[in-house]
Design a protein around this ligand. Sequence first.
Ligand code: VGL
Ligand code: ZN
Length: 201
Amino acid sequence: MRPTNEALIVIDVQNDFCPGGALEVPGGDEIVPGINALMREFPAVILTQDWHPAGHSSFASEHPGKSPMETVEMRYGTQILWPDHCVQGTQGAEFHPDLETDRADLILRKGFRRDIDSYSAFFENDGETPTGLEGYLRTRGLTRLTMVGLATDVCVNFSAQDGARLGFEVELHTDLARGIDHEGSLARALAEMRERGVEVR
Ligand code: VGL
Ligand code: ZN
């Protein structure tokens, strides 16, 4: 077992981000056995779950004339548009069936407000509305975070950078993460994480 200040944060290992899902990440399902094994080493395990209402503003289908991967300007800045995904209560929003979710202490849902997206496990996309995760970790004395999951260049990236900015020690376990890699976004995300003090392993 790792020291008591260490938490494993498993980002969005959900059907819609796995092959066959609405927003599939190549090889997204390959990381499940390794994550299950790693969960057994950690004194604290947190899962995040992308959890959108139908008609979420991040869906291209809500913006006439727009296609997935195009952008729009929202009040909080530029938003990439996605296919409809991880709609609350659907099979696509469920965790991958082989993920051992019973091991989780906390399941943190995000992206549940129609008008704002939430990539990071810590803040919504305005960069300031908290999800509550920071307080949860601090009150439990969890100061070192290992991040794994999907997608490396979106939700894992934002979560890891925010964690480091908040003063947590953050490690990204790249073997157990997969990216969307749209137009070089994966290499950019890895470089940015390193610059911001995330240990990319
Ligand atoms: C994610 C795009 C949209 C992710 C979530 O989990 O990385 N990506 N919603
Ligand atoms: Zn989403």
